[in-house]
Write a protein that binds this ligand. Structure first.
Ligand code: SF4
Length: 105
């Protein structure tokens, strides 16, 4: 993500803009590194094997298993964005539902 785009998703207490984001998480690729939980504890937690769980995420139907999706409304989009950016295997993607564009990683 460019610095300009990064700025567009910075938390601004005065404006309190609400962002609608879709979080897509591929659990099969998780290597249990914990970065997502440290970045965004509102949307991620760990299971018994220290793999990430997308809190309230729904598993997608279809032949490919282990893909979880959740839509959120937040004034602090940088939390989910940082979770996606810090995930080493890049198994988390963030899409801005207003523009339809992938904004992280
Ligand atoms: S940061 Fe990525 S690899 Fe690490 S626990 Fe979270 S989803 Fe798994």
């Amino acid at each position: 993500m460019s610095q300009e785009l990064d700025k567009a998703y910075e938390h601004d207490k005065r404006v309190k803009k609400v962002f609608r984001l879709r979080i897509v998480y591929n659990k099969k690729g998780c290597i249990a590194s914990d970065h997502c939980v440290l970045s965004d504890p509102y949307d991620f937690k760990l299971d018994d094997e220290f793999k990430a769980i997308l809190i309230d995420g729904k598993e997608q139907e279809g032949p490919v298993k282990g893909i979880f999706v959740k839509e959120i409304e937040t004034t602090e989009p940088h939390l989910a964005i940082n979770a996606a950016k810090t995930c080493t295997p890049k198994v988390i993607a963030i899409i801005d539902m207003e523009t339809g564009k992938r904004i992280a990683p």
